[in-house]
Design a protein around this ligand. Sequence first.
Ligand SMILES: CC(C)(COP(=O)(O)OP(=O)(O)OC[C@H]1O[C@@H](n2cnc3c(N)ncnc32)[C@H](O)[C@@H]1OP(=O)(O)O)[C@@H](O)C(=O)NCCC(=O)NCCS
Length: 331
Amino acid sequence: MITLNTPAPVAHAGLLGLGVFRPERIVTNDEICQKIDSNDEWIQERSGIIERRHADAHETVVTMATAAALAAIADAGISPEQLDMVMIATVTHRYQTPSAAVEVAAAIGAVNAAAIDSSAACAGFCYGLGIADGMIRSGVAKYILLIGAEKLSEIVNFEDRGTAFLFADGAGAVIVGPTQAQGIGPTIWGADGTQLDAIIMEPDVFTAERTGNPSVLTMQGQQVFRWAVEQMGDACMQALTAAGVSVADLAAFVPHQANNRITDALVKQLNLPDHVAIARDIQYSGNTSAASVPLALARLRENGEVKSGDLVLLVGFGAGLVHAAQVALVP
Ligand SMILES: CC(C)(COP(=O)(O)OP(=O)(O)OC[C@H]1O[C@@H](n2cnc3c(N)ncnc32)[C@H](O)[C@@H]1OP(=O)(O)O)[C@@H](O)C(=O)NCCC(=O)NCCS
């Protein structure tokens, strides 16, 4: 029988660098309310959102991902040629093919990298982290650039008051690579395709005319809210247990930035001690789907609320419905 070679595994993987891109244009609740019957007070109270950022016409998933990628590469102190893989979690790249990842790889000079987009909506970044961790420890890749990048302003119907105020644009990137000690806990993930109507992006001729993106998003807000509050606390607990740590070891909790009230419910369920910082980037960034977890983590690091080596709990959840949770050490 023929025996095939396998790559030499390495013991440990972790985050080596982090970088983000936030579009310049700030969109207030008052501006959103020009097209829906709502108001600033309701939006802040029911979601936590004070403002969000929308990309301009020249800012695309690719340009935002590229900017975040370059920042992450600089933060990690590696060169683009060292990357073996560029993976972009996105649901708003305009083309089915080629992927956004091939364009970003070319733009940053990742000439030795494979490139792929993945679709796990708001769980995309945490899914990607689980995949990257496995690829590095198995020896398949040494350095992976993982990016969450979204231009949700292109697929939102700004006359739908259930979604118009929630979704926004941005990109966050990390470099994942070999480390001295394990820096990414086991990923707890899952999918429930029986709830595929809860959040869905479907072809829409009007959005195509308005923005050039062929899809529009619809959401059953209460259904998603209930599911997140009922199930994500358990996923978080499993991620802690699987990694052999407890809430006392955490420096911060970085849930997907979907709704501050979902975050509040999870903080309560997890019984997080006071010293644990809670990511509330949704206040200034809205819900940026796959970009929300790295954007929120970066804001905590920028504000000095976490530092390199601190343990954080990440959880992503969204359309599918899908979810993924893990702990990680801050780069
Ligand atoms: C979207 C969301 C903020 C809506 O908040 P909610 O508290 O569930 O609101 P409801 O849909 O129950 O509506 C409550 C009331 O507010 C009204 N309302 C809905 N949207 C409104 C708006 N933008 N402005 C003012 N009132 C609004 C409703 O008509 C309803 O009025 P009624 O009680 O007179 O019937 C919330 O459901 C949510 O965040 N869901 C999860 C979304 C999410 O996580 N999505 C992404 C996952 S990736």
